[in-house]
Design a protein around this ligand. Structure first.
Ligand code: NAD
Length: 373
């Protein structure tokens, strides 16, 4: 089994230069894929054992294709708790100083980085240098420059870089995308995205510019940016944005509290979005076309995602998002599969370019062009 895994990993490397390999791969190994066993699972180490890392670890217990096998943490007591809970051997435990040694560990395929935003860039570069696939939480980095370096580093190392965009695998979201592609909404005209919550503890890293890279936009506003793109199915070409701040003590310089932003898309399609740390339970998407609509509320929370279209309610059953995500990411990494809505580094980079441009539009007060090339 080990040699098959090595062969698949080599296939992943060759896929950089041979775009047809994934298709060949899935046909040739289709019989084997159906009998996925423990040995064929994506073996994942989680870096950052905080609140979201804990959620991902729990969800991975139900994954049929990905398995938690290692941890990277700066807190020894957390490591021993996780070892007991998830039966993790000592040889698969690392701290932030020594995790480069993961390169000599053949029992770990991928590292899932779930640390504060500012650490995603340096940690991705180190994991890629260790020859392991990277799954990185959103936002992929603090800005587009870092994002480009991450994409390049993973390409050079021949490893995959995926971003934790769990909504790209969510069934009701995919149903709205299917309906749009089938023309069931007619011509798309407008999208509205509202993303926000009331943030608590003022001392948390999310309100620290150095660690978060900004404020609500980096954390929650990104859902409306990403959502506008996958709901409309096109890339925005310009943005205007306005910031308001009611609490400059809690939301210091460079930490945005509330930003309203508007996108222009090709064919005159427009979007209006809100990103905020000061309004509770704001989680709503609305897509409007010439022949119909979709509205989702909640639209990006942990679910169940609820909503309706002009044809009736969205009724796909809820499955824990992170379980589906890990199953699908294992298929992408080990089997060369692709996602309907991409979850790769280039996708993460697009959101970072757009965030950079939104901040630029806030500062200039003008309409700014978005250059995704
Ligand atoms: P958290 O504060 O609960 O956990 C962060 C972890 O990083 C902690 O275990 C902390 O000890 C560790 N850490 C390592 N170095 C650190 C440092 N220098 N300063 C502070 N903490 C340090 O945060 P979280 O909610 O788990 O968020 C982590 C990442 O996951 C963020 O990038 C966030 O945007 C992302 N996230 C994604 C989703 C999603 O739905 N995709 C949801 C929540 C969070």
């Amino acid at each position: 089994m080990k040699s098959r895994r090595n062969f698949l990993q080599k296939l992943t490397l060759s896929a950089v230069s041979l775009p047809l390999i994934p298709r060949f791969n899935s046909i040739s190994f289709s019989g084997w894929q159906k009998s996925a066993s423990q040995d064929t699972m994506l073996r994942v180490a989680i870096m950052g054992l905080g609140s979201y890392g804990t959620r991902v670890a729990e969800a991975m217990q139900d994954s049929k294709k990905a398995k938690l096998v290692g941890v990277i943490s700066g807190t020894p007591s957390k490591i021993s708790d996780w070892q007991k809970k998830y039966d993790i051997p000592p040889k698969n435990c690392y701290n932030y100083e020594n995790f480069d040694a993961i390169k000599d560990n053949p029992d770990i395929d991928a590292v899932y980085i779930i640390t504060p935003n500012a650490l995603h860039h340096p940690q991705t570069l180190r994991v890629a240098a260790a020859g392991k696939h990277v799954i990185c939480e959103k936002p992929m980095a603090l800005n587009a420059e870092q994002g480009r370096e991450m994409v390049e580093a993973c390409k050079q190392a021949g490893v995959k870089l995926l971003v934790g965009y769990r909504m790209h695998f969510e069934a009701n979201t995919l149903e709205v995308i299917r309906m749009r592609e089938a023309g069931e909404f007619g011509e798309i005209k407008f999208f509205q995205g509202l993303s926000g919550f009331k943030i608590g503890d003022p001392s948390q890293w999310r309100l620290n510019k150095e660690l978060a890279g900004g404020g609500a936009m980096m954390d929650i506003g990104i859902y409306s940016i990403n959502g506008a793109r996958y709901m409309i199915g096109k890339e925005p070409i310009w943005v205007t944005a306005q910031e308001t701040k009611t609490d400059p003590v809690k939301f210091k310089e460079g930490v945005d509290e509330t930003i309203l932003f508007q996108f222009g898309f090709p064919e005159g399609i427009v979007a209006s979005c809100l990103s905020t740390y000061s309004m509770g339970n704001l989680d709503r998407f609305f897509l409007n076309g010439t022949q119909g609509f979709a509205e989702m509320q909640p639209s990006t929370g942990y679910g169940p995602i609820k909503g309706k279209t002009h044809k009736g309610p969205l009724e796909n059953p809820h499955i824990t998002h992170q379980t589906v995500q890990m199953d699908r990411m294992a298929e992408i990494i080990l089997e060369g599969d692709t996602a309907k809505v991409p979850v790769d580094g280039e996708e993460g980079l697009k959101d970072l370019i757009i965030i950079d441009t939104i901040y630029k539009a806030v500062a200039s007060g003008r309409k700014e062009l978005i250059d995704l090339s």
